[in-house]
Ligand binder design. Structure first.
Ligand SMILES: NC(=O)C1=CN([C@@H]2O[C@H](COP(=O)(O)OP(=O)(O)OC[C@H]3O[C@@H](n4cnc5c(N)ncnc54)[C@H](O)[C@@H]3O)[C@@H](O)[C@H]2O)C=CC1
Ligand SMILES: O=C(CO)[C@H](O)[C@H](O)COP(=O)(O)O
Length: 300
């Protein structure tokens, strides 16, 4: 299959690599020329614009968007729209709001798949977990591409009509917030508590057979290993917040009490006190998403 990939940042380059490794062809574009050059070095064919991606794909257009959520998705779609027909397929693999995805699916001529992507840049070698919504024929048609980008056939699934994929991913992120908060609070108590504990050793021991072992806990172990027991200069500031906010908004609409996820979101918004748990969450976002680590300004 020949896949157009638009957006070649941390996640898009991985999409390119994995699709090429599965012997498909890739036409790659990014507004950053250096990112296109990198994709070309790795075996993709470069494009000079979004219309050029469409032209190079010919009659059967299969396109993966991996740009930041929000306006960049609409901007890319506006440029693609004149070239799209009903048998073309566009996938949005970013963290878009599911309401936006439903709107975009209604307004495009192509089949539009909303695809929640989990695993982050750190999960590149293993492959991602993909949560997909939209026309089922388009999901079936792109199964070889999903097999390549995901951990394999079990690493992706179709969850329903347009919006369902990004809805499942939104809730996934809410769970991610709460898990990070739970680990953060536990380690904060251990860091401040009765014993002089080696937190890396605690995380390592928990990761070997404990009920609470997980990838996030492995990232805690990595964080203590790389930053030190006191997290060094990792700041008490957790960026992001949009996907958790959407999860809480949806829970309020549905009247589902999600106090843990709300509590984790509130912790992000409140950064008045120096909290170990938030510093660990700041470091964990680097662990899974390669999001910039905020460091404390030592001059203050
Ligand atoms: N980093 C992570 O852990 C994860 C990110 N995501 C989502 O994947 C999407 C991409 O994330 P990253 O790769 O981390 O972001 P990134 O910031 O590393 O890369 C985004 C790329 O899109 C390009 N771009 C922006 N507007 C464009 C346009 N109109 N046309 C072409 N290229 C354009 C930028 O130049 C940049 O290279 C986002 O929606 C993000 O929320 C999803 C799961 C995990
Ligand atoms: O989707 C992700 C992980 O699953 C991304 O890393 C996302 O950016 C995390 O959300 P937030 O920026 O709200 O922390």
């Amino acid at each position: 299959m020949k896949l157009g990939v638009i957006g070649l940042g941390r996640m898009g380059q991985i999409v390119v690599d994995r699709v090429l490794a599965a012997d498909h062809e890739v036409v790659a574009f990014d507004i950053d020329e250096d990112a296109v050059a990198t994709a070309v070095e790795r075996g993709a064919t470069g494009a000079t614009s979004i219309p050029d991606v469409a032209a190079q794909l010919g009659d059967e257009k299969r396109i993966w968007l991996m740009v930041p959520a929000g306006d960049p998705v609409d901007a890319a779609l506006d440029e693609l729209e004149p070239s799209l027909a009903a048998d073309d397929i566009v996938v949005d693999g970013g963290n878009s709001n599911f309401h936006d995805s439903s709107r975009r699916a209604e307004n495009t001529d192509a089949a539009y798949l909303d695809c929640g992507t989990s695993g982050g840049p750190a999960g590149a070698e293993l492959g991602f977990s993909l949560m997909i919504g939209g026309p089922q024929w388009a999901y079936d048609e792109l199964t070889p591409v999903f097999d390549a980008i995901a951990t394999g056939p079990d690493g992706h699934d179709w969850f329903g009509p347009s919006g369902a994929g990004h809805y499942v991913k939104m809730v996934h992120n809410g769970v991610e917030y709460a898990l990070m908060q739970a680990y953060g609070e536990g380690f904060e108590l251990l860091a401040n508590g009765r014993y002089d504990l080696d937190l890396e050793a605690v995380a390592k021991t928990w990761n070997n057979g404990a009920v609470i072992r997980s990838w996030l806990l492995e990232l805690c172990e990595e964080a203590f290993h790389e930053e030190g027991n006191d997290l060094g200069d990792v700041a008490d500031y957790v960026a992001g917040g949009s996907t958790g906010t959407w999860t809480v908004q949806e829970a309020l609409k549905q009247e589902v009490p999600i106090s843990l996820i709300y509590g984790a979101l509130a912790e992000r918004f409140s950064s008045r006190d120096m909290r170990f748990s938030r510093r660990l969450a700041n470091r964990l976002r680097y662990g899974f998403g390669r999001h910039e680590i905020k460091r404390q300004d030592k001059s203050e």
